[in-house]
Design a protein. Structure first.
Length: 154
């Protein structure tokens, strides 16, 4: 039996291909589901209990200085929530790496940001922003990095 009898038209070249046109779907794309967040509690030094969860971490800049921006969502009353940011300056991380012979890992940088969040809770400096204003943020820099790492045993 001749194999060409099953091929309509002339034989295709080795680098030829067939395009199948996709019909438009009548189903709209599904939205990406929200991530499941693990809500945690922290009892501050003044006895106030905050609920919080980690929202996202990004590389960012403040006044032209690069660093890591860690955003937490905070609830002080269990009814409303607001974002609160910790900015870890890259210059502090670089200075620590030069002094200690190794850079901090991303997990250690996250842990430093979380320790700074706890410190902000204890200082009562975590407050919801006023209407129409951006949320407050705190900074990890050369002046407080060693203390925060000391709490972590690093």
């Amino acid at each position: 039996m001749d194999a060409r009898c099953f091929m309509p038209g002339p034989p295709l070249a080795a680098n030829s291909y067939i395009d199948f046109f996709r019909r438009a779907s009548n189903n709209p794309p599904m939205p990406r589901p929200d991530a499941v967040r693990r809500v945690k509690s922290y009892s501050a030094a003044d006895g106030y209990v905050y609920q919080y969860y980690f929202f996202e971490g990004n590389r960012a800049q403040r006044d032209g200085r690069p660093g890591g921006e860690f955003t937490y969502v905070i609830s002080a009353d269990r009814r409303s929530a607001f974002p609160f940011k910790i900015f870890v300056r890259q210059s502090a991380l670089d200075a620590w790496a030069k002094q200690n012979g190794r850079p901090l890992t991303s997990s250690e940088e996250y842990a430093v940001a979380k320790m700074r969040l706890f410190q902000a809770f204890d200082e009562s400096s975590v407050k919801p922003p006023q209407e129409g204003q951006q949320s407050r943020e705190v900074v990890v820099d050369e002046s407080n990095l060693e203390d925060l790492l000391g709490r972590l045993g690093i």
